[in-house]
Write a protein that binds this ligand. Structure first.
Ligand code: PEP
Length: 258
């Protein structure tokens, strides 16, 4: 059975003391629950890189995993400002978002660069959370499925998927806009992704790959999205910044799948 994943992407938000307060409250809330509730549910927080060590200090004592928001396509060397997958591995950062639409848009990240980043993460035992999704224009032009398949084909080129890769379907028009894909719209694309995985890698990989939905997910729409057969959790931006909201979203996932 695939585990449910509730992952928060803080983007460029919070100061050190805000981050510390958040982790105190979140880990207190998680530690109050029986440990076995987290057998099928994984909670991940992806803070800005400067707070990762703080975050992993908290994660050691609680059922919380930590992820980066981006990674270098290179292993090491003269790449000012970059962070390598090996560095993440060395501080117990187990996940990393890659190919987020904001990186594609503001940093012109191509599918082939994203493919290199996924390879660096896998080589260093960090699980990629690989984001794909269509723009509003692409959806209106009825090319959503072609866009998704092309991002999958290119982003996962030469990757055998024996190591875990989490895929997050995030329609660009739903990110940070308050517009959420309907459960049916999201399920349709998730099913398409799983069908593609089946065709490309076989039944076992297709059935075991975790697929997340991302795009204005919040307590009010989470349950209906998570009820869809091919949606295994959420990548949550804005709603992951507020303790009460994020903790409520963890509770909703636990009630459904824990
Ligand atoms: C995201 O940044 O991945 C995201 C889904 O953001 P939001 O939940 O704010 O739409």
């Amino acid at each position: 059975m695939r585990r449910t994943v509730i992952a928060g992407n803080w983007k460029m938000n919070k100061t050190f003391s805000e981050a510390e307060d958040f982790f105190i409250s979140l880990t207190d809330a998680l530690n109050e629950k029986p440990e076995d509730e987290f057998d099928n549910l994984e909670v991940i927080v992806c803070p800005p890189a400067v707070f990762l060590e703080l975050a992993t200090d908290f994660s050691v004592e609680s059922p919380l995993s930590i992820g980066g928001q981006d990674v270098s396509a290179e292993n090491q060397g003269a790449f000012t400002g970059e962070i390598s997958a090996d560095m993440y591995n060395s501080i117990q950062v187990d996940y990393c978002i890659v190919g987020h639409s904001e990186r594609r848009k503001y940093h012109s990240e191509s599918d082939s660069l994203i493919n290199m980043k996924i390879k660096r993460l896998l080589e260093n035992e960090v699980t990629p959370i690989f984001c794909i999704g269509e723009t509003l224009e692409q959806r209106e032009n009825d090319i959503t499925k072609e866009v998704i398949i092309s991002q999958l084909e290119n982003g996962l080129a030469d990757i055998n998927m024996e190591d875990e890769v989490i895929i997050a379907y995030e329609p660009v028009w739903a990110i940070g806009t308050g517009k959420v894909a309907t459960p049916e719209q999201a399920q349709e694309i998730h099913q398409e992704i799983r069908n593609w995985l089946n065709y490309k890698y076989g039944k076992e990989i297709a059935e075991n790959t975790i697929l997340l939905y991302g795009g204005s997910m919040k307590p009010a729409n989470e349950l209906e999205l998570l009820k869809q057969p091919d949606i295994d959790g959420g990548l949550i931006g804005g709603a992951s910044l507020v303790n009460d909201t994020f903790e409520e979203m963890i509770d909703i996932a636990l009630q459904l799948r824990g």
